[in-house]
Design a protein around this ligand. Structure first.
Ligand code: TXA
Ligand code: MG
Length: 327
């Protein structure tokens, strides 16, 4: 099983051990403000292969390359004035920018799945310090097996991947709790590839641009084509106003729920109806509902504004038909 180092006990040890393993081409699970990441040296093709193997991730799905700061990111990606404006406003923070790759700068082709673009982000807190210490960009997808719920604690990582890596660095529960917002920035178009920790409205307010939302982001328009993602074992039922016998119930605030007393277990995302709190608790609450043994999870409605868009996106994916349902 993986060793766990708690940064509140010895941050310098976490930095030194993290750096040692990453430079040697090994994988380290790292805390970020969004979710825990499975990190490897983005310039080392063999380390990138280990990431895909540990997650069972298809090799055509590219990784986010995490940078210490904007200056490091500019070594690997071309920043237009618009991209730089976004980076300066939201980094460090839960925003990923998909930008033209500088092809000879050293990012391993496997990290971008051979694309001519690269996804870059500067995380807040410990992860940024570790990248600076290791002095190289870190490719890091969420530290879960492909298709499973993302981890927001070191214990989640240990349960899902603990037998597949040497070190997990523990910084307590992730603050934001859902993954970064991914924007593709072209000349004068900003496309929302994934809603996340930075609300789309905040990007529109800053830039004055209307964000383009492709059909697949946000609500699922073509469920048959949507590979299920972020999925618990149990079925998920959204916008629930009543509980079916034996269902797990996930509440947001204090809505009227028919047959609430019939729930197998009742969990709360945010008593006060705060979407930021709900995002930070989302994956842990989903895992608890799943582990309760209920075969279905009913979730009450969650507002769509701000970070609510990201919460609803993840819930819609969790509720989407699974590949095995079609088998
Ligand atoms: O908050 C986060 O973003 C977390 C933490 C660990 O940083 N990471 C994360 O990584 O969510 P992952 O691998 O689970 O999701 C990365 C997403 C994938 O959907 C991938 O397809 C997309 O980013 N992506 C990466 N590079 C891309 C590119 N060049 N063009 C378009 N999409 C890209
Ligand atoms: Mg993921």
């Amino acid at each position: 099983m993986a060793r766990i180092i708690d940064i509140s006990r010895d941050e310098n040890l976490a930095l030194a051990e993290g750096r040692r393993l990453l430079v040697a081409g090994e994988l380290v699970a790292i805390p970020t403000e969004t979710v825990y990441g499975l990190a490897g040296d983005a310039t080392d093709g063999a380390a990138i292969q280990k990431i895909y193997a540990a997650k069972n991730r298809p090799a055509f799905n590219p990784l986010i390359c995490h940078m210490a700061d904007l200056a490091m990111a500019e070594r690997y990606a071309d920043f237009s004035p618009l991209a730089r404006e976004l980076a300066e406003a939201f980094w460090p923070g839960p925003l990923t920018l998909v930008l033209p790759l500088k092809p000879d700068a050293g990012i391993a082709p496997a990290a971008t799945a051979g694309l001519r673009t690269v996804a870059v982000r500067v995380p807040r807190g410990f992860a940024g310090r570790l990248i600076a210490e290791a002095d190289r960009p870190l490719a890091a997808p969420s530290a879960n097996r492909s298709g499973r719920l993302s981890p927001t604690t070191a214990q989640h990582v240990e349960a899902d991947l603990g037998d597949r890596l040497e070190l997990i660095i523990d910084a307590g529960p992730s603050i934001v709790g859902v993954e970064s917002t991914i924007l593709k920035v072209e000349d004068d178009t900003i496309t929302l590839l994934r809603p996340g920790g930075i609300p789309a409205e905040a990007v529109e307010r800053l830039t004055g641009f209307d964000i383009v939302r492709p059909a697949m982001s946000g609500a699922i328009e073509a469920p048959g084509m949507m590979a299920s993602h972020y999925a618990p074992d149990a079925a998920v039922r959204l916008n629930a106003t009543h509980v079916e016998p034996g269902e797990a119930l996930i509440l947001f605030g204090a809505p009227e729920v028919g047959n609430a007393e019939g729930a197998h277990v009742t969990l709360q995302l945010s008593e006060t109806g705060d979407t930021a709190e709900a995002a930070s608790r989302l994956y842990d609450v989903m895992k608890q509902a799943d582990q309760s043994g209920a075969t279905s999870i009913a979730v009450t409605p969650i507002p769509h504004d701000g970070i609510g868009e990201a919460i609803n996106d993840r819930l819609a994916r969790a509720a989407a038909p699974r590949p095995e349902d079609n088998a």
